[in-house]
Design a protein around this ligand. Structure first.
Ligand code: BTN
Length: 318
């Protein structure tokens, strides 16, 4: 680990506290001049670091830069973390990494995505510095028989972190879009990597995009997207760390379905008229409930019941 990296880790783990140059030097095992150089280099990278002669250094409260160090110090369940200033798509980064490396769990995060991908072949708006774009990779220790359940588990992991750290009460629009005040705050794209020879799912990639502080959205999504409200009181590294820990706990045993009650409880569409889309056609329906494996139970106008296992729905406004 480089001196700069260790210094950043110390600063990120002691937010709101001044840390003396002497303490940092002791921790990193270098002289105070090297600490000073590392601080300057971090400043050149855009870190706002306050310093005072007698007290030492601290990150400014509004200094919020995604980094592997900042994420790692905010996780209890330690996994390898890779952070990028800009990348095409963190899901793509994860896939490329898996093609070349042995890995059981890992996390990829970026300040910006140039080709952010959404479900159903859509793109995901991923501007620089105002969002969270992360991909959590794990190798399932059991056969994945139900993709919806992974996706539901991921939504619960995000919702619980947001509730705990941001004091908001988000809802889940089936399957796994996360809404705040009926606008989309977060989208999740889950992908599987399958071993070509065995046909077994070797890894799952859970891609999560959160509009953290984005103000200007493109015209196409301006009326349906939202960000976290004003005073967030949490850095993106802290939020990513909390989501990562929740994902770790939820995915370590997918047979443990204790997350499911939360999923059902936060379901936005139950008791509402919806439109679902299948094979390019739109169908009116009424959302009755979710079944124990995350399928959406709907009825048509004649009362016929159907369970949706995948696909897209929207709330019916008419
Ligand atoms: C959706 O709303 O349809 C899903 C959006 C998923 C976006 C995330 S951002 C991180 C990861 N990388 C991607 O390219 N997509 C996912």
């Amino acid at each position: 680990m480089s001196v700069k990296s260790t210094v950043l880790e110390i600063l990120e783990s002691s937010r709101n506290t001044d840390v003396s140059g002497e303490y940092i030097a002791l921790k990193t095992g270098v002289c105070r001049n090297s600490v000073w150089k590392a601080i300057n280099s971090l400043r050149q990278d855009g870190y706002k670091i306050c310093s005072s002669t007698n007290k030492g250094y601290r990150l400014a409260a509004d200094c919020d830069i995604i980094s592997a160090e900042g994420i790692s110090v905010n996780t209890k369940m330690k996994i390898p973390v890779y952070a990028f200033k800009t990348t095409d798509s963190t899901n793509m980064r994860a896939k490329c990494f898996l093609a070349e490396n042995e890995c059981h769990r890992a996390l990829f995060a970026a300040e910006e995505q140039t080709m952010g991908r959404g479900r159903m072949g859509k793109s995901f708006y991923s501007p620089y510095g105002t969002g969270i774009y992360m991909s959590y990779v794990f190798s399932p220790n059991a056969e994945i028989t139900n993709a919806v359940s992974v996706t539901a588990a991921a939504a619960v992991a995000v919702v619980c972190a947001l509730e705990k750290l941001c004091a908001v009460s988000p809802m889940i629009k089936w399957v796994n879009d996360i809404y705040l005040d009926e606008k989309k705050l977060c989208g999740i794209l889950t992908e599987a990597v399958t071993n070509y020879e065995t046909g077994i799912v070797s890894h799952i990639i859970i891609g999560i995009g959160i509009n953290y502080s984005t103000v200007k959205f493109p015209d196409t999504i301006r009326d349906i997207a939202c960000s976290l409200p004003g005073t967030r009181g949490v850095t993106r590294n802290e939020l990513i760390g909390a989501i990562s820990d929740n994902l770790y706990n939820i995915t370590k045993d997918l047979k443990d379905r204790s997350y499911f009650d939360i999923y059902r409880d936060r379901m936005l569409v139950i008791g509402k008229n919806i439109v679902y889309y299948q094979d390019g056609k739109a169908y009116d329906a009424y959302a009755v409930d979710v079944d124990s494996s995350g399928g959406l139970i709907v009825t048509d106008s004649l009362g016929n019941e159907k369970i949706l296992r995948s696909g897209e729905i929207s709330l019916r406004l008419r």
